[in-house]
Design a protein. Structure first.
Length: 136
């Protein structure tokens, strides 16, 4: 399928979800790569302390990453399809960012908390731009 610079929906408007789709692909890819790296090098100390809790957390993180990548690609490569899936995966991202912020707040790591809050604000902003006033 040939990618156009701007996708036009049935209302003859540019697809406003494209910036969110790019963001989803970037964040999803980074999440997947970072967690894969940590698992390969054995840098997940919680496995020794709370193996069940961290296993569930990793499943949520990987599912979120995969959903972000798939939904972002679906929005970019199709004519107006995939916005619902993108909205769902963005909601999953909201959860993981808030959950991770709580984990690092307990460790008093203000740098990572600031990063996650910035990512959350960006995701909320792009979601509002993408879906506010949508005719669908």
């Amino acid at each position: 399928m040939k990618l156009n610079q701007f996708r036009i929906n049935k209302y003859r408007e540019m697809n406003k979800a494209r910036p969110l789709a790019f963001y989803a692909i970037i964040i999803g890819t980074l999440m997947f790569c970072i967690w894969t790296f940590f698992l390969v090098v054995g840098n997940v100390p919680e496995y020794n302390i709370r193996p069940t809790e961290i296993s569930f957390h990793l499943v949520v993180e990987f599912c979120t990453a995969i959903m972000l990548i798939i939904s972002g690609l679906r929005v970019l490569l199709s004519d107006g399809h995939g916005e619902g899936m993108l909205l769902l995966s963005t909601g999953m991202l909201f959860y993981t960012l808030l959950n991770s912020s709580g984990y690092y707040a307990q460790k008093a790591s203000t740098g990572l908390i600031s990063l996650f809050i910035l990512m959350l604000i960006t995701a909320i902003y792009l979601t509002v731009i993408a879906f506010h006033g949508s005719r669908k």
